[in-house]
Design a protein around this ligand. Structure first.
Ligand SMILES: O=C(O)CCC(=O)C(=O)O
Ligand SMILES: [Fe+2]
Length: 198
């Protein structure tokens, strides 16, 4: 699988990771069958409605907390479990958790952040699958402001982030004025119990 060659990052990108028919079915299924949540997040003590919808699934009961928000997982639905198993077969990574994001249109977004929460461990491994509309994924180096990179994430693509990526880079999905339909992103993560040393 092609690596994306950026300093202080460990990124792989496969634009054709899922077969088209599987990706099409999965997109329609998740769009209509998911119990999408519209959550409030806290930024500098102020509450905002998150500009996208989310859902959380896991093989365990460990919650995931970010931006002052704690999500409790539901058990994995069959079609997502299938992808989790495929990722395990292909990369030998045993993910525990999947956070789904639904970007309803170009107004929905995900602000600059690194996925560096304690419960993700020291070198978080995150497998991100995209379905539906293509959106731009922007990366910027935290310490060297001249380092930036954009990746268009199309339907059925996989972006794998691991190693030091979350220590040195932030990422975002910006809003866009282009007319875009819904996009679903599945981010598989490993979330151990908060209390245990990892
Ligand atoms: O939608 C995406 O591609 C990125 C999602 C993301 O960064 C996250 O959920 O942490
Ligand atoms: Fe992220």
């Amino acid at each position: 699988m092609p690596a994306i060659d950026l300093p202080d990052a460990d990124l792989y990108f496969d634009p054709l990771y899922l077969p088209v028919s599987e990706a099409d079915l999965l997109f329609e299924h998740l769009l209509h069958q998911t119990d999408w949540q519209e959550d409030c997040i806290k930024i500098f003590g102020k509450e905002y409605l998150q500009p996208r919808l989310t859902a959380l699934y896991a093989t365990n009961k460990n919650p995931y907390s970010y931006s002052g928000l704690t999500l409790q997982p539901a058990p994995f639905p069959e079609p997502i479990l299938k992808i989790k198993n495929k990722l395990q077969n292909d990369f030998g990574i045993q993910f525990t958790t999947c956070l789904l994001n639904l970007y309803r249109n170009g107004e929905d977004s995900n602000g600059w952040h690194a996925d560096n929460e304690r419960e993700l461990g020291k070198q978080p491994k995150i497998a991100s699958i995209s379905l539906g509309a293509t959106r731009k994924f922007k990366l910027k180096h935290i310490y060297n402001k001249s380092l930036k990179h954009d990746i268009m994430l199309p339907h059925r693509s996989l972006l794998l982030m691991q190693g030091n990526t979350q220590h040195f880079w932030k990422h975002q999905i910006p809003k866009t004025k282009k007319l875009v339909g819904p996009r679903i992103n599945l981010t598989f993560r490993i979330i151990k119990n908060d209390k245990q040393k990892i």
